[in-house]
Design a protein around this ligand. Structure first.
Ligand code: OGA
Ligand code: MN
Length: 199
């Protein structure tokens, strides 16, 4: 884990973004996927919206995934393990970049076939408390023809295309990279988190 975290730090320093395959243990990813499936069976997934508080609204032309936020008072052992590893990453990022990150807000996301999330930035208007985005994919045996890539738009005009394969983690400075989720042919599951600083 130390080496993988070190890779992420180096990538963040050099280019502001990082993609790490097999970041989380495969068994943990599988358990997190099962947790998501059970949330779905219990009807706990909700249509995702955009904006915050008074500005929150559902906009299916922009995003069409369903989400469930982590409930910090009700986390199972797998969510705890995920949070524990994320905490190690947060500590390492703070040590390297002095960012004062203090928590990870995180939700499960399920994109039904055909669902998407149009090109966007992860910060809310006039709010920069989301500093770093951390996306974790839960989809075993993802094939190229399944689609559903994450497109990361770089400042120099290049586009990075990332396959949402189980265990892969994508990490980037939230303010700097617009990105987009392309429609997939099969269901696409992820965990999306943001390391936050205090207001
Ligand atoms: C998001 C997001 C990307 C993904 O939830 O803000 O951009 O690949 N997710 O799931
Ligand atoms: Mn996003």
């Amino acid at each position: 884990m130390k080496n993988k975290i070190e890779n992420i730090l180096n990538n963040l320093e050099q280019q502001g973004w990082s993609v790490q395959e097999h970041f989380f243990p495969a068994e943990l990813i599988q358990k997190l996927k099962e947790t998501l499936s059970s949330f779905r069976q219990q009807g706990l997934l909700k249509q995702a919206g955009i904006g915050r508080k008074n500005n929150f609204h559902i906009e299916q032309s922009i995003r069409s995934d369903e989400i469930k936020w982590f409930d910090e008072n009700n986390t199972n052992e797998y969510q705890k393990e995920y949070l524990n590893i994320a905490q190690q990453l947060q500590d390492a990022i703070n040590q390297r970049f002095f960012l004062g990150l203090f928590e990870l807000e995180v939700h499960y996301a399920l994109y039904p076939p055909g669902a998407f999330y149009k090109r966007h930035l992860d910060q809310h208007k006039n709010q920069d408390i989301r500093v770093i985005t951390l996306i974790t994919y839960l989809n075993e045996n993802w094939e190229n023809e399944d689609g559903g890539e994450l497109q990361l738009y770089l400042k120099n005009g290049d586009t990075i295309s990332i396959s949402p394969e189980a265990g892969t983690v994508v990490c980037f400075f939230s303010a700097d990279f617009e990105h987009e989720v392309l429609p997939a042919k099969r269901e696409r599951a992820s965990l999306t988190g943001w390391f936050r600083k205090r207001t």
